[in-house]
Write a protein that binds this ligand. Sequence first.
Ligand code: PMP
Length: 450
Amino acid sequence: ERMLEIRKLNCNAMTMKVTYYKKPLYIHQGFMQWLWDVDGSRYLDMFAGVATVSLGHCHPKVTKAAQEQLQRLWHTSAIYIHPQIQEYVEKLVSLLPEPLKVVYLTNSGSEANDLALLMARLHTGNFDAITLRGSYHGGSPLTMGLTSNTVYKYPVPSSLGCYNTMCPDVFRGPWGGSHCRDSPVQTVRECSCSPDQCQANDRYIEQLKEVFATSVPNRIAAFFGEPIQGLGGTVQYPKNFLKEAYKLVREKGGICIADEVQTGFGRTGSHFWGFQAHDVVPDIVTMAKGIANGFPMGAVVTSEEIARPFAEGLHFNTFGGNPVACGIASAVLDAIKEDRIQENCAVVGTHLLKELAKLRDKYEIVGDVRGKGLHIGVEMVKDKESRDPLPSDAMTEILEDTKDMGVLIGRGGIYGQTLRIQPPMCVTKEDADFFLAVFDQALHNYTERR
Ligand code: PMP
């Protein structure tokens, strides 16, 4: 009945039923890695509201910081400074390398990427942006132009009709999901070349050069890349790709933007920021999701030089830098450090990857397991020979089954064929084992039914 009531409202939560469950879940409470629905069923949350509740639902330290700030000051707008913004910005820049020391706060990842593109255009005087196939950079009209992943693009002319080089059909740059051969479900990990001499790397770079060769000279303002593609299906690039791409883009007068919306704040385990694993320093870093454990917030960090022409204009964002958001984000950074969250990502992530690889060897429909830390993707295929994506109905069946056994997982990839494991970063090895047992059972059930 409740579902019917909501359905009448036609609210945005209802649209998710298509890609996730037959009936949307009605969640009303959460604590750390656990969620409860209105009927009292408990779920282990292995997707954290799309990799966002980084520390856990209603994390006590973060909740306390939020409560204290709610009693002190809610809002000033960007025309005043307050201690929370000052404290937060200082903490954030201490985690980023030189020259990334100028911070602009937004309310979402899309807003952050919008702003980053604006900065790149002002700084370079150029217009176009290069993004990677399968990428997702936001749902605003501008960032939808940057987003290549067709699942999330509406069939309207490309944003404002003027960003054609960013369109996936025009853009011929590398698609992280393809590799030495061209099957859409092939991945970097299946490559038989050694990482240092990866042919795919050369091929990707060739494709990038082709983009430059065929685009209008001196038009590239920015190159956007997620250090690991999230919605694209947890796609990793060949080892040197980002490094070489950055070099090439800079030679052509563009600047390089790392979209850390999913990879930031320790999620990859080995590094606090995803770009650090690629041995690059971006010109702009954008972030959101895990930044405030589920409270709406985003940020753009860049150098003084790039910020200068931007700062000369009048930038205004009513909610950006909100005291409550900043108070929460500050507590998030403290808790990541105090609770050794990044280390936990590395330990539990390594365990998960190892155990999931066993399930890959056990089941014909598990095509690949990849990722880093608690940023993991499981590529589902019809069979290992064809490597065709597992059809959508079958994916829904598996998701439904795991949900019924008490575990929530995510989904991505351009065919929706990748299961995404991006839990709150507080999950324990025991939680991981529970998830693995449930997933094993769901794969078994699916195989039996066939
Ligand atoms: N960049 C990446 C890599 C993302 O995954 C997302 C959201 N899924 C965004 C940008 C956009 O963030 P938001 O939904 O907060 O606007």
